[in-house]
Ligand binder design. Sequence first.
Ligand code: AMP
Length: 355
Amino acid sequence: MLAPGSTIGILGGGQLGRMMAVAALQLGYKVVGFAPEGDNVAADACTAFITADWDDAAALARFAAACDVVTWEFENVPLGTVAAIPDALLPCPPRALQVAQDRLSEKAFAASLGGVPAPYSAVSSEADFAAALASVGTPGILKTARDGYDGKGQWRVRSVLEAGGIAFPGVTCIYEGFVMYETEFSVILVRGQDGTVKFWDSTANLHEGGMLSLSVLPAGAMVEAQVPAARQLAAKVADALGYVGVLTLEFFATREGPVFNEMAPRVHNSGHWTIEGAATSQFENHIRAICGLPLGGTKTRFASIEMRNIVGDDALRAHAILAEPGEPHLHLYGKAEAREGRKMGHVTRVGHALK
Ligand code: AMP
Protein backbone atom coordinates (compact mmCIF):
# COMPACT_ATOMS: atom_id res chain seq x y z
CA MET A 1 0.00 0.00 0.00
CA LEU A 2 1.36 3.34 -1.03
CA ALA A 3 1.84 5.46 2.11
CA PRO A 4 0.03 8.79 2.52
CA GLY A 5 2.18 11.63 1.23
CA SER A 6 3.54 9.48 -1.63
CA THR A 7 3.42 10.86 -5.15
CA ILE A 8 1.24 9.63 -8.00
CA GLY A 9 2.35 10.51 -11.53
CA ILE A 10 -0.30 11.00 -14.20
CA LEU A 11 0.56 10.93 -17.91
CA GLY A 12 -1.85 13.22 -19.74
CA GLY A 13 -3.30 16.57 -18.77
CA GLY A 14 -7.03 16.48 -19.56
CA GLN A 15 -10.18 16.45 -17.48
CA LEU A 16 -9.83 12.75 -16.61
CA GLY A 17 -6.46 13.51 -15.03
CA ARG A 18 -7.95 16.49 -13.25
CA MET A 19 -10.70 14.41 -11.63
CA MET A 20 -8.22 11.62 -10.87
CA ALA A 21 -5.92 14.12 -9.19
CA VAL A 22 -8.76 15.43 -7.01
CA ALA A 23 -9.42 11.86 -5.83
CA ALA A 24 -5.70 11.31 -5.17
CA LEU A 25 -5.41 14.51 -3.13
CA GLN A 26 -8.42 13.45 -1.07
CA LEU A 27 -6.61 10.22 -0.17
CA GLY A 28 -3.56 12.14 1.02
CA TYR A 29 -1.33 11.74 -2.02
CA LYS A 30 0.62 14.27 -4.02
CA VAL A 31 0.20 14.34 -7.78
CA VAL A 32 2.67 15.19 -10.53
CA GLY A 33 1.27 15.51 -14.03
CA PHE A 34 3.10 15.19 -17.35
CA ALA A 35 1.86 16.23 -20.79
CA PRO A 36 2.98 18.16 -23.84
CA GLU A 37 2.09 21.84 -24.30
CA GLY A 38 -1.68 22.31 -24.44
CA ASP A 39 -4.70 23.19 -22.33
CA ASN A 40 -3.61 20.91 -19.49
CA VAL A 41 -6.53 21.38 -17.13
CA ALA A 42 -5.25 18.61 -14.85
CA ALA A 43 -2.44 20.97 -13.81
CA ASP A 44 -4.86 23.00 -11.63
CA ALA A 45 -5.28 19.95 -9.38
CA CYS A 46 -1.67 18.74 -9.42
CA THR A 47 1.03 19.43 -6.86
CA ALA A 48 3.43 19.91 -9.78
CA PHE A 49 3.06 19.63 -13.54
CA ILE A 50 5.78 18.97 -16.11
CA THR A 51 5.02 20.33 -19.58
CA ALA A 52 7.28 18.55 -22.07
CA ASP A 53 7.09 16.53 -25.24
CA TRP A 54 6.28 12.83 -24.92
CA ASP A 55 9.82 11.97 -26.09
CA ASP A 56 11.70 14.40 -23.84
CA ALA A 57 13.94 11.87 -22.06
CA ALA A 58 15.31 14.33 -19.51
CA ALA A 59 11.85 15.56 -18.52
CA LEU A 60 10.56 11.96 -18.28
CA ALA A 61 13.49 11.04 -16.04
CA ARG A 62 12.65 14.01 -13.79
CA PHE A 63 9.01 12.94 -13.75
CA ALA A 64 9.80 9.31 -12.90
CA ALA A 65 12.23 10.38 -10.16
CA ALA A 66 9.44 12.42 -8.53
CA CYS A 67 6.86 9.58 -8.56
CA ASP A 68 6.14 6.51 -6.43
CA VAL A 69 3.59 5.17 -8.90
CA VAL A 70 2.63 6.20 -12.44
CA THR A 71 -0.69 5.95 -14.28
CA TRP A 72 -2.26 7.50 -17.39
CA GLU A 73 -5.49 9.33 -18.16
CA PHE A 74 -5.07 9.21 -21.95
CA GLU A 75 -4.79 5.97 -23.94
CA ASN A 76 -2.69 7.46 -26.71
CA VAL A 77 0.35 8.15 -24.54
CA PRO A 78 3.14 6.86 -26.82
CA LEU A 79 4.49 3.46 -25.79
CA GLY A 80 8.01 4.91 -25.93
CA THR A 81 7.04 7.40 -23.22
CA VAL A 82 5.76 4.63 -20.96
CA ALA A 83 8.88 2.56 -21.70
CA ALA A 84 10.94 5.39 -20.19
CA ILE A 85 9.18 4.86 -16.84
CA PRO A 86 10.69 2.08 -14.67
CA ASP A 87 8.44 -1.01 -14.57
CA ALA A 88 8.43 -0.88 -10.77
CA LEU A 89 6.41 2.36 -10.96
CA LEU A 90 3.75 0.92 -13.29
CA PRO A 91 1.12 -1.22 -11.55
CA CYS A 92 -0.75 -1.65 -14.84
CA PRO A 93 1.08 -3.36 -17.71
CA PRO A 94 1.68 -1.02 -20.71
CA ARG A 95 0.38 -3.85 -22.91
CA ALA A 96 -3.10 -2.56 -22.03
CA LEU A 97 -2.21 0.69 -23.81
CA GLN A 98 -0.64 -1.17 -26.71
CA VAL A 99 -3.78 -3.23 -27.34
CA ALA A 100 -6.18 -0.29 -26.96
CA GLN A 101 -4.21 2.15 -29.13
CA ASP A 102 -5.11 0.30 -32.29
CA ARG A 103 -8.71 -0.47 -33.25
CA LEU A 104 -7.59 -3.57 -35.15
CA SER A 105 -5.64 -5.01 -32.23
CA GLU A 106 -8.34 -4.26 -29.63
CA LYS A 107 -11.00 -5.94 -31.77
CA ALA A 108 -8.78 -8.98 -32.41
CA PHE A 109 -7.91 -9.16 -28.70
CA ALA A 110 -11.57 -9.00 -27.61
CA ALA A 111 -12.52 -11.57 -30.27
CA SER A 112 -9.77 -13.91 -29.08
CA LEU A 113 -11.46 -13.88 -25.66
CA GLY A 114 -14.94 -14.60 -27.05
CA GLY A 115 -16.13 -11.03 -27.74
CA VAL A 116 -18.17 -10.28 -30.85
CA PRO A 117 -17.11 -7.16 -32.76
CA ALA A 118 -18.88 -5.79 -35.84
CA PRO A 119 -17.63 -7.38 -39.06
CA TYR A 120 -14.47 -5.50 -40.00
CA SER A 121 -11.53 -5.44 -42.34
CA ALA A 122 -8.12 -3.74 -42.21
CA VAL A 123 -7.62 -1.03 -44.83
CA SER A 124 -4.10 0.04 -45.80
CA SER A 125 -4.71 1.13 -49.41
CA GLU A 126 -7.41 2.13 -51.90
CA ALA A 127 -7.51 -1.49 -53.06
CA ASP A 128 -8.05 -2.72 -49.49
CA PHE A 129 -10.89 -0.22 -49.12
CA ALA A 130 -12.59 -1.58 -52.24
CA ALA A 131 -12.10 -5.15 -50.99
CA ALA A 132 -13.45 -4.21 -47.53
CA LEU A 133 -16.55 -2.61 -49.06
CA ALA A 134 -17.15 -5.83 -51.00
CA SER A 135 -16.59 -8.18 -48.03
CA VAL A 136 -18.14 -6.17 -45.17
CA GLY A 137 -20.74 -4.33 -47.26
CA THR A 138 -22.53 -1.04 -46.67
CA PRO A 139 -23.51 0.85 -44.63
CA GLY A 140 -20.26 0.99 -42.70
CA ILE A 141 -17.71 3.27 -41.09
CA LEU A 142 -14.12 3.85 -42.12
CA LYS A 143 -12.02 4.77 -39.06
CA THR A 144 -8.34 5.49 -38.65
CA ALA A 145 -6.93 2.53 -36.72
CA ARG A 146 -5.03 4.83 -34.36
CA ASP A 147 -5.40 8.24 -32.71
CA GLY A 148 -9.10 8.79 -33.32
CA TYR A 149 -11.36 9.98 -30.50
CA ASP A 150 -14.79 11.58 -30.07
CA GLY A 151 -15.77 10.72 -33.64
CA LYS A 152 -12.62 12.24 -35.17
CA GLY A 153 -10.93 10.23 -37.93
CA GLN A 154 -14.21 8.55 -38.93
CA TRP A 155 -16.15 8.56 -42.19
CA ARG A 156 -19.62 7.07 -42.49
CA VAL A 157 -20.22 5.17 -45.71
CA ARG A 158 -23.92 4.82 -46.54
CA SER A 159 -23.44 3.23 -49.94
CA VAL A 160 -20.75 2.07 -52.34
CA LEU A 161 -21.58 5.15 -54.40
CA GLU A 162 -20.86 7.38 -51.42
CA ALA A 163 -17.63 5.46 -50.73
CA GLY A 164 -16.37 6.74 -54.10
CA GLY A 165 -16.29 10.22 -52.57
CA ILE A 166 -14.15 9.15 -49.62
CA ALA A 167 -10.42 9.23 -50.28
CA PHE A 168 -8.31 6.65 -48.47
CA PRO A 169 -6.69 8.84 -45.77
CA GLY A 170 -3.20 7.37 -46.21
CA VAL A 171 -2.92 5.81 -42.75
CA THR A 172 -3.98 2.34 -41.67
CA CYS A 173 -7.74 2.22 -41.16
CA ILE A 174 -10.43 -0.21 -40.19
CA TYR A 175 -13.66 -0.51 -42.14
CA GLU A 176 -16.51 -1.73 -39.95
CA GLY A 177 -20.02 -2.74 -40.78
CA PHE A 178 -22.59 -0.32 -39.37
CA VAL A 179 -24.24 -1.95 -36.34
CA MET A 180 -28.04 -1.62 -36.11
CA TYR A 181 -28.11 -1.26 -32.37
CA GLU A 182 -30.90 -0.40 -29.95
CA THR A 183 -28.65 1.34 -27.40
CA GLU A 184 -24.99 1.77 -26.64
CA PHE A 185 -23.67 0.89 -23.20
CA SER A 186 -20.39 0.62 -21.37
CA VAL A 187 -18.98 -1.77 -18.79
CA ILE A 188 -16.66 -0.06 -16.33
CA LEU A 189 -14.71 -2.20 -13.89
CA VAL A 190 -11.92 -1.74 -11.42
CA ARG A 191 -9.37 -4.49 -10.90
CA GLY A 192 -7.18 -4.47 -7.80
CA GLN A 193 -3.60 -5.66 -7.52
CA ASP A 194 -4.86 -8.95 -6.05
CA GLY A 195 -7.10 -9.55 -9.08
CA THR A 196 -10.36 -8.56 -7.37
CA VAL A 197 -12.81 -7.15 -9.93
CA LYS A 198 -15.76 -4.85 -9.21
CA PHE A 199 -18.21 -3.44 -11.74
CA TRP A 200 -20.28 -0.28 -11.70
CA ASP A 201 -23.78 -0.44 -13.13
CA SER A 202 -23.84 -0.02 -16.89
CA THR A 203 -25.36 3.19 -18.23
CA ALA A 204 -27.10 3.52 -21.59
CA ASN A 205 -24.97 5.95 -23.58
CA LEU A 206 -26.17 8.36 -26.25
CA HIS A 207 -23.63 9.69 -28.72
CA GLU A 208 -24.03 12.72 -30.96
CA GLY A 209 -21.67 13.08 -33.91
CA GLY A 210 -19.52 10.24 -32.53
CA MET A 211 -19.12 11.91 -29.13
CA LEU A 212 -20.79 10.88 -25.87
CA SER A 213 -23.52 13.28 -24.92
CA LEU A 214 -25.61 11.49 -22.30
CA SER A 215 -25.33 8.50 -19.92
CA VAL A 216 -28.41 7.25 -18.07
CA LEU A 217 -29.42 4.76 -15.43
CA PRO A 218 -31.44 2.61 -15.40
CA ALA A 219 -30.20 1.59 -18.81
CA GLY A 220 -33.31 -0.37 -19.83
CA ALA A 221 -34.22 -4.03 -20.13
CA MET A 222 -32.19 -4.80 -23.23
CA VAL A 223 -28.95 -3.47 -21.78
CA GLU A 224 -29.60 -5.12 -18.43
CA ALA A 225 -30.09 -8.47 -20.20
CA GLN A 226 -26.77 -8.08 -22.04
CA VAL A 227 -24.65 -6.79 -19.17
CA PRO A 228 -23.71 -10.23 -17.78
CA ALA A 229 -22.13 -11.35 -21.09
CA ALA A 230 -20.46 -7.97 -21.54
CA ARG A 231 -19.07 -8.10 -18.00
CA GLN A 232 -17.75 -11.59 -18.60
CA LEU A 233 -15.78 -10.34 -21.60
CA ALA A 234 -14.53 -7.25 -19.72
CA ALA A 235 -13.30 -9.40 -16.84
CA LYS A 236 -11.53 -11.74 -19.26
CA VAL A 237 -9.83 -8.75 -20.92
CA ALA A 238 -8.75 -7.37 -17.54
CA ASP A 239 -7.45 -10.75 -16.35
CA ALA A 240 -5.63 -11.49 -19.61
CA LEU A 241 -3.83 -8.15 -19.40
CA GLY A 242 -3.09 -8.40 -15.66
CA TYR A 243 -4.85 -5.06 -15.56
CA VAL A 244 -4.78 -2.83 -12.48
CA GLY A 245 -7.14 0.14 -12.19
CA VAL A 246 -10.28 1.19 -14.04
CA LEU A 247 -10.97 -0.35 -17.45
CA THR A 248 -13.87 0.46 -19.80
CA LEU A 249 -15.38 -1.56 -22.62
CA GLU A 250 -18.01 -0.06 -24.93
CA PHE A 251 -20.75 -2.13 -26.52
CA PHE A 252 -23.71 -1.89 -28.85
CA ALA A 253 -26.83 -3.66 -27.53
CA THR A 254 -28.33 -5.45 -30.53
CA ARG A 255 -31.09 -8.02 -30.98
CA GLU A 256 -28.33 -10.60 -31.45
CA GLY A 257 -26.59 -9.68 -28.19
CA PRO A 258 -23.77 -7.34 -27.17
CA VAL A 259 -21.39 -6.24 -29.93
CA PHE A 260 -17.98 -5.10 -28.70
CA ASN A 261 -16.96 -1.67 -30.01
CA GLU A 262 -13.83 -0.55 -28.20
CA MET A 263 -11.95 -0.51 -24.92
CA ALA A 264 -10.38 2.32 -22.98
CA PRO A 265 -7.64 1.38 -20.48
CA ARG A 266 -8.65 4.22 -18.18
CA VAL A 267 -11.46 5.99 -16.41
CA HIS A 268 -14.21 6.94 -18.84
CA ASN A 269 -16.61 9.75 -19.66
CA SER A 270 -19.57 7.38 -19.23
CA GLY A 271 -18.44 6.81 -15.62
CA HIS A 272 -18.53 10.44 -14.47
CA TRP A 273 -21.89 9.80 -12.80
CA THR A 274 -20.08 7.61 -10.25
CA ILE A 275 -18.71 10.73 -8.49
CA GLU A 276 -22.09 11.45 -6.91
CA GLY A 277 -24.01 8.35 -7.95
CA ALA A 278 -21.99 5.39 -6.68
CA ALA A 279 -20.62 4.31 -3.33
CA THR A 280 -17.10 5.00 -4.66
CA SER A 281 -16.29 6.92 -7.84
CA GLN A 282 -14.32 5.50 -10.76
CA PHE A 283 -11.62 8.09 -10.05
CA GLU A 284 -11.21 7.15 -6.39
CA ASN A 285 -11.22 3.41 -7.10
CA HIS A 286 -8.63 3.86 -9.83
CA ILE A 287 -6.36 5.62 -7.35
CA ARG A 288 -7.10 2.99 -4.70
CA ALA A 289 -6.26 0.19 -7.15
CA ILE A 290 -2.94 1.60 -8.36
CA CYS A 291 -1.92 2.42 -4.79
CA GLY A 292 -2.80 -1.05 -3.48
CA LEU A 293 -5.53 0.28 -1.16
CA PRO A 294 -8.73 -1.67 -0.47
CA LEU A 295 -11.24 -1.04 -3.26
CA GLY A 296 -14.45 0.79 -2.42
CA GLY A 297 -17.98 -0.43 -3.14
CA THR A 298 -19.41 0.31 -6.57
CA LYS A 299 -23.13 0.19 -5.78
CA THR A 300 -25.43 2.78 -7.34
CA ARG A 301 -26.91 5.10 -4.71
CA PHE A 302 -29.93 6.47 -6.58
CA ALA A 303 -32.93 5.05 -8.42
CA SER A 304 -32.13 7.09 -11.52
CA ILE A 305 -29.10 9.02 -12.73
CA GLU A 306 -28.34 11.12 -15.77
CA MET A 307 -24.96 12.54 -16.76
CA ARG A 308 -24.92 15.06 -19.60
CA ASN A 309 -21.78 16.53 -21.16
CA ILE A 310 -21.44 20.28 -21.47
CA VAL A 311 -19.94 20.98 -24.86
CA GLY A 312 -18.57 24.11 -26.54
CA ASP A 313 -19.81 27.52 -25.48
CA ASP A 314 -22.73 26.04 -23.49
CA ALA A 315 -20.09 26.12 -20.72
CA LEU A 316 -20.30 29.90 -20.63
CA ARG A 317 -23.89 29.65 -19.32
CA ALA A 318 -23.38 26.49 -17.27
CA HIS A 319 -23.55 28.11 -13.83
CA ALA A 320 -27.23 28.81 -14.53
CA ILE A 321 -27.77 25.04 -14.23
CA LEU A 322 -27.22 25.39 -10.49
CA ALA A 323 -30.52 27.29 -10.18
CA GLU A 324 -32.45 24.38 -11.67
CA PRO A 325 -34.50 22.10 -9.40
CA GLY A 326 -33.28 18.63 -8.43
CA GLU A 327 -29.84 19.58 -7.07
CA PRO A 328 -27.81 19.18 -10.26
CA HIS A 329 -24.10 18.54 -9.73
CA LEU A 330 -22.00 20.68 -12.04
CA HIS A 331 -18.40 19.93 -13.00
CA LEU A 332 -16.49 22.40 -15.17
CA TYR A 333 -13.05 21.42 -16.37
CA GLY A 334 -11.51 24.90 -16.50
CA LYS A 335 -10.67 24.78 -20.20
CA ALA A 336 -9.60 28.12 -21.57
CA GLU A 337 -11.35 27.96 -24.91
CA ALA A 338 -14.96 26.85 -25.37
CA ARG A 339 -14.37 25.52 -28.90
CA GLU A 340 -17.23 23.84 -30.76
CA GLY A 341 -17.41 20.12 -30.02
CA ARG A 342 -15.04 20.39 -27.05
CA LYS A 343 -16.00 18.72 -23.76
CA MET A 344 -16.02 21.57 -21.24
CA GLY A 345 -17.77 19.94 -18.28
CA HIS A 346 -20.66 17.74 -17.27
CA VAL A 347 -23.74 17.82 -15.12
CA THR A 348 -25.09 14.91 -13.11
CA ARG A 349 -28.69 14.74 -11.95
CA VAL A 350 -29.89 12.05 -9.57
CA GLY A 351 -33.31 10.74 -8.61
CA HIS A 352 -34.35 9.51 -5.18
CA ALA A 353 -31.86 7.72 -2.96
CA LEU A 354 -31.89 3.93 -2.82
CA LYS A 355 -32.04 2.38 0.64
P1 AMP B 1 -15.92 4.98 -31.58
O1 AMP B 1 -14.88 6.04 -31.67
O2 AMP B 1 -15.55 3.72 -32.26
O3 AMP B 1 -16.38 4.76 -30.16
O4 AMP B 1 -17.21 5.55 -32.36
C1 AMP B 1 -17.91 6.67 -31.85
C2 AMP B 1 -19.40 6.45 -32.00
O5 AMP B 1 -19.75 6.30 -33.39
C3 AMP B 1 -19.91 5.20 -31.33
O6 AMP B 1 -20.11 5.36 -29.97
C4 AMP B 1 -21.21 5.00 -32.10
O7 AMP B 1 -22.18 5.92 -31.70
C5 AMP B 1 -20.80 5.33 -33.52
N1 AMP B 1 -20.25 4.11 -34.16
C6 AMP B 1 -18.95 3.75 -34.23
N2 AMP B 1 -18.79 2.57 -34.85
C7 AMP B 1 -20.02 2.16 -35.22
C8 AMP B 1 -20.52 1.02 -35.92
N3 AMP B 1 -19.71 0.07 -36.40
N4 AMP B 1 -21.86 0.92 -36.09
C9 AMP B 1 -22.70 1.90 -35.64
N5 AMP B 1 -22.28 2.99 -34.99
C10 AMP B 1 -20.96 3.15 -34.78
